[in-house]
Ligand binder design. Structure first.
Ligand SMILES: Cc1cc2nc3c(=O)[nH]c(=O)nc-3n(C[C@H](O)[C@H](O)[C@H](O)COP(=O)(O)OP(=O)(O)OC[C@H]3O[C@@H](n4cnc5c(N)ncnc54)[C@H](O)[C@@H]3O)c2cc1C
Length: 804
């Protein structure tokens, strides 16, 4: 074994090998992979090998599309045989909401560029004459879905990687990983040590054990999954071509042809459980199956036989049962781990055969170039924090497995693993009918339900509509109050705090105490990585706020940019402060009842802050800023005392509680962009229309040189703000935008503006089409809807109300 390398990947399943191959292709050939057994001897060897396209997420779809395009070519590229079966796929829909889902995914397919169509029950028979289509309303047919032998594809990528210099150490077990004082990593193995710049945890079912050596919590659980293969069936021997892979919500199964027999894999909707009782598996577990539990599967197999009656008459030839890793949101973990730099996660895949190629490609881009060509946020392991305890991960993994074929409507979440992080107002808000959503472990109110019915989630506008309208109008006409304690909050202090923030931020950092600015952290390539609000509390004390989901991510963004010689302390104070947003024309009157602070316009200007006593609570950070576009303040109170402040603000009876649904409607009316939707790491400040927040006149900041070059180059795509003739469903993001038949862009987010009575959306389009008045059509749930570029924010474009 070498003593040094640039990268060591721990684990030789499809995820690790897919990354190795793509790192090598990106030009990093000094990379090694260490596998304790043989390649694929973990979960990979016994997978069923299906590679579907159907997915709601555009980024994940791009991962799938890359794989299904790569695998058929791998033999030519690497010289290693790969048995690709391009048989196509059928995803069945049995309810109206499932049909809406097919329509939403059809829009994604247009953007991702794969061939798919929605067909009716009679057409299904054309492609799969043996299927019983009872209860089926429609199917999504993909032409380029397929299946592959997982070992073939892994070995082919390994051969390809070796050809360009990568090395693979088989039968070598990593026993420890240590951070060295110079920032490198020592990877300890039973065959000697290797020191590397980057270490990657691709240890599959062992990823949590491997992570624990360096203090990383890896939120994975190993679920027991089965599939069965029958003996050959005469009808299939006589039938050609190969049948498409069917995914059926009725039997919660995938059903396909395998060597003229039938392969059926049920995802049980009850009774599923963890492998090995949730305990770590033995190190010598290799190329083994887990004892099958066939009796348990019977209800789903019976349903599968109703759907595919030939199954009932065939004999079972083999049963495969093995561990499948699940994360709480069903998406694999790929990206930097929180904490010291250059520890990467690449694990947690439940559909890893399909995803291994694309996942490897995009992580390799991130490692080599500092960013990937797709938005990696949904894969970033830092979307889970310490709140994702083992118990939570196990409970949600089981729920996720049970719901593998369930149609999640937008916004719908699991009900297990809840109430992990709550603000001090949680019970009070619940009493007002708060409908909570989980975000980064927090419970955050979306809207307030006075009916007690809860939300009937839908791809179209839900039953929350009237309540949200009332909340939004209360903010516009009177005053609203929101608990936004989920903000990530950091105190940045020290002698060099100001120059440090100035050096990392595209905007100018406030020079006077009490100043507030919106700042963006760019990467060296000039793309947008983070959005933060900076408040100067003192010459050496800045209060930095960012998105709830970015608590670990933004802590890393700040601390990784710090130079050793800079005297700066970054403290995460998220849990110490609760945040109330008081906004609306009457906000001043309400706040004045509770504080002696000077709230006059001259005494407390827009975009300034003061520390004050409110309702007797000392040390409340009052920030005159908000995301809804009204006169208002954010009140950052010591968390334990927030209920006192809340009660005082509510005491007059004239304040309406509002949630994040109303906030989205209000920010859309103001054309405020959102981090993660409009502002992402594939976009620069000019493309996002954020020119006034980038101060190229500053002598230097990270990303300045690249931004200057990009300004000269001109935008590749341009953000536009649209009014949409939306019908009964507003834009949600990732809908295709057309001029005639030409695809010219995609939406990023949207919502209904209740005060302006317009459905609004943001979209990135061809820059030549960005002028106000340009007309488009947007494909929303299968319907072409007219849209037009607006010149200005639909509400108070001149910001009079904020400054009132
Ligand atoms: C029954 C079944 C059917 C499936 N069907 C499909 C399907 O149809 N389509 C699909 O896309 N996916 C399918 N999957 C899922 C797929 O198998 C996994 O998502 C994928 O194999 C995960 O790959 P991996 O590289 O993350 O993990 P693994 O393949 O488990 O690889 C991890 C490797 O790390 C090694 N390792 C761990 N610790 C160490 C250490 N300390 N030192 C050295 N090496 C170490 C292990 O030996 C192992 O080889 C199925 C899974 C099962 C169980």
């Amino acid at each position: 074994m070498k003593s040094h390398a640039r990268v060591a990947i721990v684990g030789g399943g499809i995820m690790g090998v897919g990354l190795l191959y793509h790192l090598a292709l990106e030009g990093w050939s000094d990379v090694v992979l260490i596998e304790k057994g043989e390649l694929t001897s973990g979960s990979t060897w016994h997978a069923a090998g299906q590679c579907p396209h159907f997915n709601s997420s555009l980024n994940m779809t791009k991962v799938h599309v890359y794989g299904t395009e790569l695998y058929p070519k791998l033999e030519r590229l690497t010289g290693q045989a790969v048995s690709w079966h391009g048989c196509g796929g059928l995803r069945l829909a049995t309810t109206d909401e499932e049909v809406n889902w097919l329509k939403q995914v059809y829009g994604v397919s247009r953007l991702a560029g794969y061939e798919g169509e929605i067909i009716g029950p009679s057409e299904i028979k054309q492609y799969h004459p043996f299927l019983d289509v009872f209860g089926v309303k429609a199917a999504f047919r993909t032409v380029t879905d397929g299946h592959v032998a997982p070992a073939d594809v892994t070995n082919a990528m390994a051969a390809g990687a070796r050809r360009v210099g990568a090395e693979i150490y088989r039968r070598t077990r990593v026993t420890d990983i240590k951070l060295l004082p110079n920032g490198e990593w020592r990877v300890v193995t039973d065959q000697g040590d290797i020191v590397v710049e980057h270490v990657v945890n691709a240890a599959g079912s062992y990823a949590d054990v491997v992570g624990a050596w360096t203090g990383h919590t890896v939120p994975i659980a190993n679920m027991l999954h089965h599939y069965l293969i029958t003996t050959p069936v005469r009808e299939l021997i006589e039938f050609a071509p190969e049948l498409p892979v069917v995914r059926d919500p009725y039997s919660h199964s995938y059903l396909r042809e395998e060597a003229n027999g039938i392969l059926i894999g049920p995802y049980e909707t009850a009774t599923a459980h963890l492998c090995w009782d949730g305990e770590p598996l033995a190190w010598d577990f290799e190329s083994e199956l887990i004892a099958p539990e066939l009796d348990r599967l019977t209800p789903w197999l019976e349903k599968a036989a109703e759907r595919f009656p030939l199954f009932a008459s065939a004999g079972v030839k083999s049963v495969i049962s093995g561990a499948i890793t699940h994360t709480p949101d069903g998406v694999y973990l790929s990206g930097p781990a929180h904490g010291p730099k250059n520890y990467w996660m690449h694990c947690g895949a439940s559909i890893g055969i399909c995803q291994g190629g694309g996942a490897g490609k995009y992580l390799a881009q991130w490692m080599v170039h500092g960013q990937a060509e797709i938005n990696m946020r949904e894969f970033d392991p830092r979307r889970f924090g310490a709140w994702a305890t083992k118990e939570y991960v196990n409970d949600v993994a089981v729920a996720d497995y049970h719901h593998m074929y369930y149609c999640y409507k937008p916004g719908e979440q699991h009900n297990v693993g809840r109430d992990l992080r709550v603000s001090s107002l949680h019970e009070k808000l619940k009493g007002h009918g708060a409908q909570f959503a989980q975000v980064f472990g927090w419970e955050r109110a979306r809207w307030y339900d006075r009916s007690g019915e809860g939300e009937a989630f839908s791809f179209k506008r839900s039953n929350a509509w009237d309540a949200v309208r009332a909340e939004a109008l209360a903010v516009r006409e009177r005053v609203g109050l929101m608990d936004l304690s989920t903000f990530s909050k950091f105190d940045v202090k020290g002698r060099d705090a100001h120059p440090f923030l100035e050096r990392i931020c595209a905007n100018k950092v406030p020079a006077k105490d009490g100043g507030i600015v919106l700042g963006h952290l760019l990467n060296d390539n000039g793309f947008i990585e983070s959005e933060i609000t900076i408040t100067r509390l003192g010459a050496e004390h800045f209060y930095v706020l960012s998105a709830a989901a970015a608590q670990l991510y933004d802590f890393d963004q700040l601390s990784w940019r710090l130079r050793p010689e800079e005297q700066v302390e970054i403290a995460d104070v998220t849990d110490a402060f609760g945040t109330l947003v008081l906004a609306g024309p009457k906000a001043r009157d309400v706040l004045a009842r509770c504080t002696d602070a000077d709230l006059t316009n001259a005494g407390f200007r827009w975009l300034t802050a003061k520390t004050a006593t409110v309702a007797g609570v000392v040390g409340v950070r009052l920030l005159r800023v908000n995301y809804v576009g009204e006169l208002g303040w954010e009140l950052h109170c010591p968390m334990a005392q927030m209920p006192v402040v809340f009660d005082a603000l509510m005491a007059g009876g004239d304040v309406t509680l509002f949630g994040t649904y109303a906030m989205n409607a209000l920010r859309m009316e103001k054309a405020y962009r959102g981090w993660g939707s409009e502002l992402t790491a594939e976009i620069d400040m000019f493309e996002a229309g954020m020119d006034r927040f980038i101060r190229l006149d500053k002598p230097d900041f990270i990303g300045r040189q690249a931004s200057l070059a990009m300004k000269q180059r001109g935008a590749r795509t341009q953000l536009v703000y649209l009014e949409v003739a939306a019908g009964d469903a507003d834009c949600a993001g990732n809908e295709p935008v057309y001029v005639g038949d030409r695809l010219v862009g995609l939406t990023t987010s949207g919502g209904y503006g209740h005060a302006v009575e317009k459905s609004l959306a943001f979209a990135y389009v061809d820059p030549a089409l960005a002028a106000a008045g340009t007309a488009f059509e947007i494909l929303i749930l299968g319907e072409r809807r007219k849209a037009q570029v607006l010149a200005d924010a639909a509400w108070d474009a001149a910001n009079h109300r904020l400054r009132a």
